[in-house]
Design a protein around this ligand. Sequence first.
Ligand code: ADP
Length: 464
Amino acid sequence: SAVWHGLWPSVLTAVVSSLAFNFFFLPPLYEFTIAEPANVVALFFFLLVAVLTSSLGSRMRAQSVAARRQAEVTAQLYGFSRKIAGIAELDDLLWAAAHQVAAMLKVEVVLLIPEGESLSVRAGFPPEDRLDESDVAAARWSWDHDKPAGRGADTLPGARRLFLPLRTGRGKVGVIGVMRSEDLPLLAPSERRLLDALADQIAVAIERITLARDVDDARILSETERLRSALLTSISHDLKTPLASIMGAITSLRSYGALYDAAARDEMLGTALEEAERLNRFVANLLDMTRLDSGALAPRREAVDLGDLVATALRRLARPLASHRVKVDLPADLPLLQLDFVLTEQVLVNLLENAAKYAPAGSEITIRAALDDDALVIDVLDRGPGIPPEALARIFDKFYRVHAGDRQRAGTGLGLAICRGFVEAQGGTIAARNRAAGPGAAFRIIFPRTHVLAAPPATEAEAT
Ligand code: ADP
């Protein structure tokens, strides 16, 4: 009976059994008196052993109950820590934590997190967003002094809730408040230990999330810094070089114009114009990049003839491409495309400008297109040095430039980033590789078939 029912029922059983033994078995039978003194002693020891056994048995029972309860609590704590490890948002975490504490301790929970100077309730179970004054004071005290406060604690015991600071090895991250609606003592010692364990877990999880956020912020900041300094360097370089040439040409013409013959003057003006155009492209690229960065880019789809597009791009690059042989290879029956003319032209211009810049004079640059069932593919190929394999993955990054010793050409590292931005904004993809046969870079733009309008009914139109 000790094992099944605990100490007092088992003591009662022992006493009743002794009396029954005396009544039924010790002479004189059927009376509570005992004739033999030896039997008195025997009965006494019988009772003693029974009571001792009861207490041992009941202690064993209490221990096994406690062990089972402990195992359950440990399993719940473990489950909780696994659950919160997967949470990335602070609000989700706070909600899950409030719910867990409320469920395990049968209490009402609020969680307060510092926001600037003040502490504010960020989660509660059941949901709660206001605290009365005494609770606010207790929470504040607990946060300021890093100690428990409120009901059941030494400080401000008049509050309705007990507040504990949530802290980790690195510092405090918030305050948890618990309350029971009945007029019972708030928490038994074992419950208080459980609350401490939960508070520790919650604090570590909150810290993990805030640290991750801090790291993100720092990374964004350093990225911005890096971009800014790269931008400044490239602006100062790319603006100064063409400006110096333009100013040189104009100054010479103005001061010594009479000394040059017509052909020399024309050449100097040509140089100035070429440099001004380069400057213009550079500034356009910068503007494009800002539009891409600010997300203000909204492609305007219109029916576009690829031949037109290529011709316009080539016209814009007439000068830089003058010393290259450009081969255009487009299918004769290519239908109209649904693309943003300006953006796509800029992509071609940037690719062709790179080809002109990096491939040697006199080499061939090819623009070709092909249409299959799934996609339209546009290739821009050159016979330059190609791209070092280790740089292939990065050349579309902003401000990324391949460092090629003294082969380095003027540039910003923005051209290809803009290409990718513009192509992707229109739902396409762009990739770079080196040409399989011989040296040279190959850039490939792919637009899904949905960008190709059905072929115009040309034969019908001819028939009428
Ligand atoms: P920029 O040309 O201003 O440096 P881009 O973004 O246009 O910037 O190009 C990034 C890098 O990719 C260039 O620095 C260059 O090294 C490499 N690259 C681009 N196009 C070619 C090409 N056609 N041939 C060889 N290298 C190229």
